[in-house]
Design a binder for this molecule. Structure first.
Ligand SMILES: C[S@@+](CC[C@H](N)C(=O)[O-])C[C@H]1O[C@@H](n2cnc3c(N)ncnc32)[C@H](O)[C@@H]1O
Length: 307
């Protein structure tokens, strides 16, 4: 059988439970993944027919212009999240590397993250730190890594601190940082955005240029009735509490003060949440709030520019 015939027959089998548009892409990806091994292809088709997401089966996915390892326990990067990365890069592009603090804060934060056992100094003593970015609820690292990879030519001293609670997702985060060769720029740490990170919160007030987050935002009750593929993704990555907004409130209360004057907060949200999140941020009276639509015309990113 030629590769084309194999794709066609795979597509026909997938159509039993996968819709036409997805079946086309999935068939191509599964045949490419199997690479001529028919037993591997058979196994992959069975998993897909049982509702497992294509991305978990092939173990990787593209986001922005980067590739990410994914699998059970980590959220699959979504195309709509690219809007947040666009807005982040647009903002960072307006900075001019004027943050030279001799690398002291970055050094300090490495110590906060890694504790006393840190070997050597990660940031050279007089290295310029052009921009400090914080990614909360980092998951696969798709936001943190894409930002780093696309800004370091302009701002080579950029440091992105990426916080993730799930130990499984944290392993993917570390792998993806290495895979995309941004170890020098992205610092991962495993902690709780809602109740942890006390050292960082206590020591970095007014220090960050940019805080980004795509937190869990599905209402708890809705987590019970999601599409089969999404049900395979970790509940921890989806569940945003009864009204889906607990992370937004926590970010406004605990994390906003880490931004410096003129700094930017960018939050991704679910399709009917932008108005509520704007109200939460407006109530802080910390800055100007703006809403941006994604390619489907859905209000997807809420931004606050600090006064
Ligand atoms: C919606 S996913 C987003 C992942 C990634 N940023 C992206 O855009 O694909 C939310 C992430 O938050 C993590 N998470 C959930 N609760 C958390 C908490 N209390 N502290 C830190 N991370 C948390 C989940 O494990 C998951 O990786």
């Amino acid at each position: 059988m030629t590769e084309l015939e194999l794709i066609k027959s795979t597509k026909e089998r997938l159509l039993v439970s996968v819709d036409e548009a997805d079946a086309n892409v999935d068939a191509r990806e599964l045949v490419r993944f199997a690479d001529g091994d028919l037993e591997k292809l058979e196994n992959a088709i069975t998993r897909r027919l049982l509702g497992e997401p294509l991305q978990y089966i092939i173990g990787e996915w593209d986001f922005y212009n980067c590739n990410f390892r994914v699998g059970e326990g980590v959220l699959i990067p979504r195309p709509e999240t690219e809007l947040l990365v666009d807005k982040a890069l647009e903002f960072l592009g307006t900075l001019n590397g004027s943050n030279d603090d001799g690398g002291e804060l970055a050094n300090y934060l490495y110590n906060v993250v890694y504790g006393k056992r840190v070997r050597g100094t990660y940031v050279a003593e007089h290295e310029t730190v052009d921009a400090k970015v914080l990614d909360l609820c980092s998951g696969s690292g798709c936001i943190a890594v894409s930002i780093a990879k696309n800004i370091v030519d302009t701002l080579p001293g950029t440091k992105v601190f990426a916080v993730e609670k799930s130990p499984v997702a944290f392993e993917y985060l570390k792998q993806n940082i290495a895979l995309n060769r941004v170890q020098r720029y992205v610092v991962p740490f495993c902690d709780d955005v809602l109740s942890g990170c006390t050292n960082l919160l206590g020591s970095a007030k007014g220090q960050f240029d940019l805080v980004v987050s795509n937190p869990p935002y599905v209402r708890s009750a809705e987590c019970e009735v999601l599409q089969t593929e999404v049900m395979h993704e970790p509940r921890l990555a989806l569940d945003g509490g009864a009204d889906g907004l607990i992370f937004y409130r926590a970010i406004a209360e605990r994390w906003l003060s880490l931004l410096k004057p003129g700094g930017l907060l960018l939050l991704e949200c679910g399709e009917d949440q932008a108005g509520d999140i704007k109200a939460i941020l407006d109530a802080t009276s910390c800055g100007e709030v703006e809403i941006f639509d994604d390619f489907a015309g859905i209000s997807r990113v809420v931004a606050l520019k600090m006064y």
